[in-house]
Ligand binder design. Structure first.
Ligand code: AMP
Length: 505
């Protein structure tokens, strides 16, 4: 242990709230030296507020209920102390029997599972602890093999884990630590019955950690059911938006929104923008059209294979794409370093999704811009957001050069409007402002109300999302700090849902 890691306040988390004492160093917290070595190699100098508060509690074996926005460093806040606690049991034996699953981390989406797995591997690099990840949408065979090899830390989405349980390819009888990551999203996505089945397969004597963007009544109920007198840690105010994110909204006619995105990307020289769309079909179309407009773009949504989603994400991370068009579910949990800007092409139907979306930028202290595009009829969604975040969002004016292609003739009249009508299964919106579609009711998908059926190996999840955009003066982001993307949607109604998504089954 050294004192070399002098705390740097600016490295701490964006929406950090408050700690009464100066933040401790990672050394002072007392992490195992092999884990500390990896932390230092990652470049972290000072624990973020959630880390400073959660690490000692989790290391002491207490149940923790943590509320933290994405981007606050919450993944390390639970993975570091879990690895620390497992170190006394770590061994270099080749025998799988010596590597039983001791910590189980459940996440709502495949992407989040994969990224938590990456974190566990990174922080556990110098330890002999083994880890594995299982999620739906990919061949189960290699996962069975990985489980057969043994792993002390298993990261999983609920549906696929149940598949493994039903096929006896995983043994959870020695799990001593359970993490429910993004528990609010898991509930939103209807995973409660699956969680219940999984947790019943675990030893009653265990440490349970629960992380959620908010402490809703449902989350508190979940905590009461599965935790023992948890320590509550809250580092960001409920529904707060990070001060490091500049928020602005531009009134733009629906048919001009695409041109507005092109204009923003080109005029601001943006090279990594996440554009949120509310529908899977809209996501794909917008990416295709942006490509035609000369913007390097790809889309991710739940109808794409896991391989395609990973490919798009890798290209985005590598800087090969200027724009990643995403639905809320697909974006949930993605960790992309240094996203300077998100654009709401569609404003989300749920104001909470706005908070999750703009949490993709301004992460871990970096600066970011959140731009929303709205038609006059859509302004009410913006007002809902303002009520939720308890601050006004600046309105700006955007002059989109006439030279940019509009969507009115092609996409809107013959494509978008028709597609949207079809997706919503209704004629709502016709005969009125053809560019504005009434937001659907919060979706309810029967899929999520049914108990889990192992044979089905369902890999779909429903979500809805929408796009909106805004453009402000771009801010410089801070190099080297990570950014986690990802908001998730609500389950969707077949009639009104704009799209359905594959998630964490
Ligand atoms: P998370 O909220 O876990 O998704 O983390 C958001 C981002 O912050 C990730 O890219 C992490 O790599 C990064 N991060 C986590 N802990 C720290 C830290 N102590 N200092 C700087 N960055 C961090």
């Amino acid at each position: 242990m050294t004192d070399s890691d002098t705390p740097q306040a600016t490295d701490a988390t964006a929406a950090s709230s408050a700690s009464e004492m100066p933040p401790p160093t990672f050394d002072a917290i007392g992490l195992h030296s092999l884990i500390l070595q990896a932390v230092k190699q990652t470049g972290y100098t000072v624990p973020t507020p959630i880390q400073a508060q959660a690490l000692p509690e989790i290391m002491a074996g207490r149940d923790v209920m943590g509320a933290a926005q994405t981007g606050t460093g919450k993944t390390a806040a639970f993975t570091l102390p879990i690895l620390h606690r497992l170190m006394p049991l770590a061994n270099a034996s080749a025998s799988p029997a010596r590597h039983p699953v001791r910590a189980l981390i459940l996440t709502p989406t495949r992407e989040l599972a994969d990224q938590v797995f990456e974190s566990v591997k990174r922080y556990g690099l110098y330890t002999p602890l083994r880890s594995a990840v299982v999620f739906g949408g990919v061949d189960i065979g290699p996962q069975k093999e990985a489980l057969r090899q043994g792993c002390e830390v298993l990261i999983a989405t609920p549906g696929r884990l149940l598949d493994h349980l039903s096929q006896n390819t995983v043994n959870l009888s020695q799990v001593g630590i359970l993490v429910l990551d993004e528990a609010d999203r898991m509930l939103d996505m209807g995973f409660l019955p699956d969680l219940d089945r999984i947790i019943r397969a675990l030893p009653a004597q265990r440490q349970t950690l629960l992380f959620s963007a908010t402490f809703s009544a449902e989350i508190r109920k979940l905590a009461r059911t599965y935790q023992k007198t948890p320590v509550e840690i809250e580092v960001a105010k409920r529904n707060a938006t990070a001060d490091t994110v500049t928020q602005i909204a531009y009134p733009v006619a629906e048919q001009d929104k695409r041109a507005a995105v092109v204009h923003l990307v080109k005029s601001k020289g943006l090279n990594q923008v996440i554009v949120f769309s509310n529908t899977k079909i809209g996501t794909s179309r917008l990416a295709r059209e942006l490509e035609r407009d000369g913007v390097k773009a790809e889309s991710i949504h739940g109808d794409k294979s896991q391989a395609d989603r990973m490919k798009a994400l890798d290209a985005f991370k590598a800087g090969e794409l200027e724009v990643l068009v995403a639905t809320d579910v697909a974006a949930r949990g993605l960790d992309v370093a240094g996203v300077p800007c998100v654009i709401n092409y569609d404003l989300p139907y749920s104001a909470e999704d706005y908070v999750h979306r703009i949490g993709r930028t301004g992460r871990a202290g970096a600066l970011g811009d959140a731009i929303s595009l709205y038609t006059p009829a859509q302004e009410k969604l913006l007002i809902e957001v303002e009520k939720l975040i308890k601050r006004p969002i600046e309105r700006g004016e955007l002059d989109v050069p006439k030279a940019y292609p509009r969507s009115s003739d092609r996409a809107l009249s013959s494509g978008a409007a028709r597609d949207r009508g079809r997706e919503r299964g209704s004629d709502r919106g016709r005969g009125r402002d053809r560019t504005y579609i009434e937001p659907p009711k919060p979706p309810v998908d029967e899929f999520f109300l049914k108990p889990y059926e192992p044979a089905a190996a369902a890999t779909s999840t429903r979500e809805s999302a929408k796009q909106s955009t805004a453009k402000p003066a771009m801010t410089q982001r801070k190099a080297g700090l990570g950014v986690l993307l990802g908001a998730a949607p609500k389950p969707v109604d077949k009639d009104t849902a704009p799209s359905s998504e594959s998630a964490g089954n």
